[in-house]
Design a protein around this ligand. Sequence first.
Ligand code: SAM
Length: 214
Amino acid sequence: MMNINLPLYYSQRAAHYDEIYQRPERQPELQGLCTQLTQLVQDKNVLEVACGTAYWTAHCAKHASSVLATDSNPDMLALARKKLSGQPQVQFQQADAFALPEGDYNACVAGFWWSHVKRSEQTDFLEQLQRVVGSGSTLVMFDNCYVDGDSTPIARTDAEGNTYQIRRLPDGSRHEVIKNFYTDSTLRKKLAQHARDIRVVRGHYFWMLTCVLR
Ligand SMILES: C[S@@+](CC[C@H](N)C(=O)[O-])C[C@H]1O[C@@H](n2cnc3c(N)ncnc32)[C@H](O)[C@@H]1O
């Protein structure tokens, strides 16, 4: 049976999630993302959306003044808390990406999240960031490029243009997961109403977008 529920997929994947960061061919680009990210969050009060196992939280934590890392998934958060226990500048909170906690932030980080946001929900998400994170705050998003022969193929496209992959977990379970891939110009066009100073850097495996929320 195929699961189509994204939270359930990530619950079942949580224990294996960090394996994605071990792939040798991706290390140089991951290192580059990490360098960019740590410079961007230097001395900032960061709200992190969909933090997963805190791979990026850990990097932010070394340079930011504070990080509130959120995810809707308790299994992910349990692993995240374990990874970063004893770091007082980092707090974790269970929160849906569309119901983010209020706070005194001046930066927002969302890694590998934008691809999971339905096209019809992007405006709501960005308007929420403007409201909760605040005008003048830095937004950093990064995600996958579609790489022929490496990415999981697109299994279907829905009526509004969202694309979906069929992913299999080590326990044999099968999951249909929304995974949208965007060109630089599509990213810019979508963000333009909500942010200024948009910059997109694209590598082979990953892209990173930085901007200032309006
Ligand atoms: C691709 S993972 C990214 C994790 C982390 N940011 C990283 O880059 O390693 C997507 C994350 O989104 C979380 N997630 C899924 N739906 C969510 C929602 N509605 N609100 C908040 N987090 C959600 C999952 O639990 C998972 O941790």
